[in-house]
Design a binder for this molecule. Structure first.
Ligand SMILES: Cc1ncc(COP(=O)(O)O)c(C=O)c1O
Length: 460
């Protein structure tokens, strides 16, 4: 272990305001401080190594320590460090927009850059509202999204978010946001009140809830449906077969825009560039961020279909919306270099080839009494923890607090695995390593999880 820089630890204690963090838990304890990354691993201020089981925060697709991404950033900063996309273009944003357009499904050819994911979601809702105002349906403004889904923290994106605990202290939020059930097939009986539905039947049932919500709200008032290809919060809910196809039909029937929030899922997380390629659908808008640059510089995007851009080509129509740092030249240059790595190293092929190995490793934990369900797609998996496997009984709030916050997160980290123990829905552990990881890293993840989950069960 190296000697830590105590000034840094103290500065963090005294001045940093951590995001989504209960600061009281660090009153007596050091704030974990990460100083360096290399491939699928990160190192803390003491020199201790951890497997990055969450790619930072579903971000570092190409892995840590990539010199060429740092060089792309430095080169661009020297050439043109900053210029906004407010009535002007710069080469890297133009090149990146064209490259992204070529990678999207369907005719999603227009790229509106943001600084991150929440801004992309915010932009999508604003575009949906304005599009309908410009095309003669001015009442259309509401958004339908799914229970427990996380879509970001700006007031609009938070309003679309389906996690009451994150919203209540900021109410009132933007009005016009409506919730429908998600695709948690493991708990389909409880959610639907219908016993024993197959994934297909449940998918159809869940999609129909969207149609019912549109009808109840009044189709003339609904602008968009926002959903992730695989929902993160709640623990990686993949879409049952046919779900996205039915959503597409419903949106077409009621003239509602289908927004695929791919802030996590885009750029290889599922083994494809976008969710539509994995699950065979074409949305009207894609929101993305995170993996676009592998996190070497911040960048997000709202990608819209040709149809949505059409009214903005005319007269004095303007999308009166923007971000100073949206499409930042350094971030755009990094994103281009990142996409070069995707191509050169066939990261999509690597994820697709190794997805079954990752799945098998995690499913190997199902013999543990605490492991209720293992679900996900690509390099994006959740393990739902239960008190009773047969009844699927979950933990009480107090047990969840004791287990997840009091023990699991810390114990996994101490055992050398950075990942997420989450209780925004039922308690889950989430895994999303860098896309360069493979069987060796999966084995390490599996073995640490087995040890720590066995200890957790013993403590219950
Ligand atoms: C699906 C989804 N949408 C939006 C966001 C918000 O992105 P950001 O934190 O970059 O604002 C996130 C963040 O994790 C996300 O997972």
């Amino acid at each position: 272990m190296t000697q830590p820089d105590n000034d840094i630890l103290k500065a963090a204690q005294d001045h940093l305001w951590l995001h989504f963090t209960r600061h009281s838990s660090y009153e007596q304890a050091e704030i974990p401080t990460i100083v360096r990354g290399e491939g699928s691993y990160i190192y803390d201020i003491h020199g201790k190594r951890y497997l990055d089981g969450l790619a930072g925060l579903f971000v570092v697709q190409a892995g840590h320590g990539r010199g060429e991404l740092a060089e792309a950033a430095a080169k661009q900063a020297q050439e043109l460090a900053f210029f906004p996309l407010w009535s002007y273009a710069h080469p890297k944003a133009a090149e990146l927009a064209a490259r992204i357009a070529a990678l999207t499904p369907g005719d999603l050819n227009r790229v509106f850059f943001t600084s991150g994911g929440g801004e992309a979601v915010e932009s999508a809702w604003k575009l949906a509202k304005q599009y309908f105002k410009l095309t003669g349906k001015p009442l259309k403004h509401k958004v339908i999204s799914r229970q427990i889904a996380y879509h970001g923290t700006p007031h609009g994106a938070l309003s679309i978010t389906g996690i009451p605990a994150f919203k209540e202290m900021f109410e009132p939020l933007v009005p016009g946001s409506v919730r429908v059930p998600n695709t948690n097939h493991y708990r389909a009986d409880e959610i639907s009140g219908i016993k024993g539905m197959t994934p297909e039947e449940y998918g159809f049932w869940a999609a129909e809830r969207v149609a019912r919500a549109i009808e109840m709200e009044g189709p003339d008032t609904v602008a968009a449906v926002v959903a992730e290809p695989v929902q993160n919060a709640g623990g990686c809910f993949p879409p049952p077969p046919g779900y996205w196809q039915r959503l597409r039909e419903i949106c077409d029937e009621y003239d509602v825009l289908l927004v695929s929030d791919e802030v996590i899922c885009a750029f290889g997380r599922l083994g494809t560039m976008f969710g539509g390629q994995k699950f065979d659908y074409v949305p009207d808008i894609i929101t993305c961020a995170k993996g676009l640059t592998s996190g070497y510089s911040p960048l997000g995007a709202m990608i819209a279909s040709d149809r949505l851009f059409e009214p903005f080509k005319k007269g004095d129509n303007t999308f009166a919306h923007g971000y100073t740092f949206g499409g930042h030249p350094v971030s755009a240059a990094v994103a281009l270099a990142n996409l070069d790595i995707f191509e050169r190293e066939d990261l999509l092929g690597h994820v697709t080839k190794n997805e079954p190995v990752f799945q098998a490793t995690l499913e190997g934990l199902k013999d543990l009494p605490i492991v209720g369900d293992v679900r996900g797609s690509g390099y994006f998996w959740g393990i739902e923890l239960v008190k009773d496997k047969t009844t699927k009984e979950t933990f009480t709030a107090e047990e969840s607090e004791r287990l997840l916050r009091g023990f699991l997160s810390k114990a996994l980290f101490e055992a050398g695995l950075y990942c997420r123990a989450d209780d925004r829905g039922d308690p889950v552990i989430q895994l999303a390593p860098p896309l360069i990881a493979g069987p060796k890293e999966f084995d390490e993840i599996g073995s640490i999880l087995r040890t720590v989950l066995t200890q957790a069960w013993a403590r219950l």
